[in-house]
Design a protein around this ligand. Structure first.
Ligand code: SF4
Length: 221
């Protein structure tokens, strides 16, 4: 990992700027879910992760309380992550289809996975103030990566990406497989990989694969 990205990760993990989110992430980490009672939760903001030379950035909303807030790596240790990394593996962006914990051997190729907000929020809903306070971390990350395509998972991430790349008027509308060119970067949209979408069939593996193949086409790789 480049030194700058490593330094950014250290800064992210040390942030305590949002009192409500600090209290929540630490409470969840102290109480734990029964299935993980024998595990030490990360309980800190979660840095981005992947290939420091990535041209594709996958952007989520925020860490899940018992997923990334437990394991310390984005989309790791929960069903949303299983769905996402299986798709990244099928499309050649990941060396393995599973993402269980920080030392599981997962490597991303030409891909970086991050989130608009770095602390697990109650009910997966950060406030606008929390979103805005966390935005500079994404701005810095995007400046340090040679990003050409951003894949936003869900409307919250889409809006965060537009703000980071914008300002753009009229605001581009989010939708599954939506695509818009903003400067040097193409923004792609996908429904979020949450169980709410994947269990109901709103987002299928084939739908996510198609968006990732489109990212590949755009990257010319
Ligand atoms: S959400 Fe972002 S700005 Fe707020 S405490 Fe977490 S890392 Fe810091």
């Amino acid at each position: 990992m480049s030194m700058e990205l490593e330094r950014l990760g250290t800064r992210v993990a040390g942030c305590r700027a949002c009192p409500r989110l600090v209290e929540w992430r630490e409470r969840v980490a102290a109480q734990r879910r029964a299935a993980y009672a024998d595990q030490a939760y990360w309980g800190l903001p979660v840095p981005g992760f992947g290939d420091p030379a990535a041209h594709l950035v996958v952007l989520g909303l925020a860490p899940a309380a018992h997923g990334a807030n437990r394991t310390g790596r984005m989309f790791t240790g929960d069903r949303s992550g299983q769905f996402l990394y299986a798709a990244l593996h099928r499309t050649g962006f990941a060396n393995q289809p599973t993402s269980l914990h920080r030392s599981d051997g997962l490597c991303l190729r030409d891909c970086w996975v991050t989130a608009a907000v770095r602390c697990a929020p109650p009910a997966n809903k950060p406030t606008p103030a929390e979103r805005d306070r966390c935005a500079p971390f994404l701005d810095t990350e995007l400046a340090l990566l040679p990003v050409r395509v951003i894949l936003a998972l869900g409307a919250f991430a889409w809006d965060a990406a537009v703000r980071a790349l914008g300002p753009v008027r009229p605001k581009p509308r989010f939708g599954h497989a939506a695509e818009i060119r903003l400067g040097e970067v193409t923004l792609l949209g996908s429904y979020h990989v949450s169980q709410q979408n994947t269990f109901t069939g709103k987002l299928t593996p084939a739908m996510l694969d198609a968006v990732l193949h489109r990212a590949r086409d755009l990257l010319g790789s």
